[in-house]
Ligand binder design. Structure first.
Ligand code: SF4
Length: 506
């Protein structure tokens, strides 16, 4: 079996995982790709296709056509898209090859749907350098004369004027000098990866993620570690940042939350999580909870945004991956004990939603009182970006941001810890624990990434008229539940704060 570039990169991350990917695809792909993961793939394809326009007039190679590629390379075809190369052990497809007369060689362009610029991750650049090195070695073995090795990605500082200037949108970075020193080591690593992936049985080395928090583990962790419970010490809040503590627990055989001994060295938050799990009942810090709830001013407005992170900017003022705010749902409670009045906005025209979005906010949000959201950096960040694009609305949006209260703070600050939260603070975990009568399970759209993709399918005309109508209804139902869920969680918290058992305990 030939080693592909993708499998080599998975191997670099973890040999176990690469072996499972190749030999147990039913385990590796046991969880279907999430809508978010699918969207990343589609975005990558879109960016790839647009990047070809930087080098127009090329020949697009059919998937897997190494023979056709070889003929075109032999004929020195000036520009090739997706050329395929194989050796006895390896296979790879490049994004773009461009013949360079001056060097009498092909320049390689690897396209990534990520952004360049300040703050980019060194680890990512290292990954890209290895990615290009793999290709360079396979091309070299095929006798392809190679010139410069380049990375093409999106310029994070690019701001569209309403059109796409591809020369400014994409950066072309010469990675030749970064890749050259890696080639010998990558060749050795490729050999090792190839040989390991031929093994009929899983390598016996231990799975090192046994000492990492849940978010660092791959999807095959459960297969390799069947003795680790689905909810256990790996799910302790921020345990990934305390590897010594996790190692001490694992090495002493403690895997279930309920088995964590009193003597274990934990943070207060971790200890609260353990106690809630052991006692099988919530833990409440009544004084800070009461103070938090007292700070929410009437009319209390519960607000939720939906947005679409657009890799290739569609509207003036947008840069790569800027979020397009297309929908909000608002529930307003005017006075203590009052009903929640629902208002909503959903924009499905093909034009820029910014102005209608802010106009609808102005028409819907009360002029005073608290604006309650879940995870305030998100809504506040969207408002700040709107203010940049609509300077006339800057002071209004700044005023909105000043009134924002984050209901999630109750849970991140552990004013309430419920065993069913399992250490999570997402509304998708908090709602069923505190308000079991409300659920996302019956909805067609159950999370934000699906909402984003649904909106994109509507506005790009992928859906028939009746499908688009149903999709709109699904979006309204989903976003509506997000803001209603906050209302009901807030009411549940008011009930908890008033309950005698907690007041006495607190
Ligand atoms: S859980 Fe970690 S060590 Fe184990 S297979 Fe996955 S990536 Fe590798």
């Amino acid at each position: 079996m030939k080693l592909s570039k993708t499998n080599y990169l998975v191997y670099r991350d973890c040999a176990h995982n690469a072996w499972v990917k190749v030999h147990k695809p039913e385990v590796y792909h046991a969880e279907p790709l999430s809508v978010f993961e699918q969207a990343i793939i589609e975005i990558g394809n879109d960016v790839d296709v647009r990047a070809r326009e930087l080098f127009p007039g090329g020949v697009l190679i059919r998937r897997g056509d190494a023979v056709g590629t070889a003929q075109l390379v032999d004929a020195r075809t000036p520009i090739l898209y997706q050329p395929v190369f194989e050796t006895g052990r390896y296979t790879t497809a490049c994004d773009i090859l461009v013949w360079n007369d001056a060097l009498a060689a092909y320049d390689l362009y690897e396209v990534k749907a990520s952004t360049s610029g300040e703050g980019r991750s060194k680890a990512k650049d290292d990954l890209y350098a290895h990615d290009i090195a793999f290709q360079a070695l396979v091309l070299r073995e095929n006798g392809v004369p190679l010139g410069r090795l380049n990375l093409v990605r999106l310029d994070s500082s690019y701001v569209s004027d309403g059109t796409l200037d591809l020369d400014r949108l994409f950066t072309r970075e010469d990675f030749t000098d970064r890749v050259a020193p890696l080639l010998d080591a990558v060749a050795v690593e490729m050999d090792a990866a190839h040989d390991l992936l031929q093994l009929p049985a899983l390598p016996s080395a231990p799975c090192v993620c046994i000492y990492k928090g849940r978010s660092s583990q791959c999807t095959t962790f459960g297969y390799i570690n069947p003795n680790v419970p689905a909810y256990g010490v790996h799910d302790l809040t921020r345990i990934g940042q305390s590897p010594k503590k996790l190692r001490a627990l694992v090495d002493s055989g403690v895997l279930a939350i309920e088995d964590v001994p009193e003597s274990a060295e934990l943070t207060d938050n971790q200890r609260n999580q353990v106690n809630a799990a052991k006692r099988r009942r919530p833990f409440v810090e009544i004084a800070p909870l009461a103070a938090f709830l007292d700070d929410i001013r009437y009319p209390a407005a519960f607000l939720d945004y939906e947005t679409y992170p657009c890799a290739l900017p569609r509207f003036a003022g947008y840069g790569p991956f800027n979020h397009v705010p297309f929908q909000f749902s608002l529930h307003v409670v005017e006075r203590p004990g009052g009903e929640a009045i629902h208002r909503e906005f959903l924009f499905t025209e093909t034009t820029c939603p910014d102005e209608p979005f802010v106009a609808a906010l102005k028409a819907s949000l009360p002029a005073e009182g608290s604006i309650v959201v879940w995870n305030k950096p998100f809504e506040k960040g969207i408002n700040a970006k709107l203010a940049e694009r609509l300077p006339a609305e800057e002071s209004y949006l700044a005023g909105v941001n000043e009134r924002v209260v984050d209901l999630m703070d109750v849970f991140t600050a552990q004013m309430v810890v419920h065993p069913a939260f399992r250490g999570k603070t997402s509304i998708k975990w908090v709602l069923p624990a505190l308000v079991p009568s409300l659920s996302y399970k019956t909805l067609a759209i159950r999370e934000g990434a699906t909402a984003s993709e649904t909106w994109n399918a509507i506005v790009t005309g992928e859906l028939e008229l009746d499908e688009a109508r149903a999709a709109r209804d699904n979006l309204l139902a989903y976003c509506g539940l997000d803001s209603l869920a906050m209302v009901e969680i807030w009411r549940a918290l008011l009930g908890i704060a008033a309950a005698r058992e907690y007041r006495e305990a607190g």
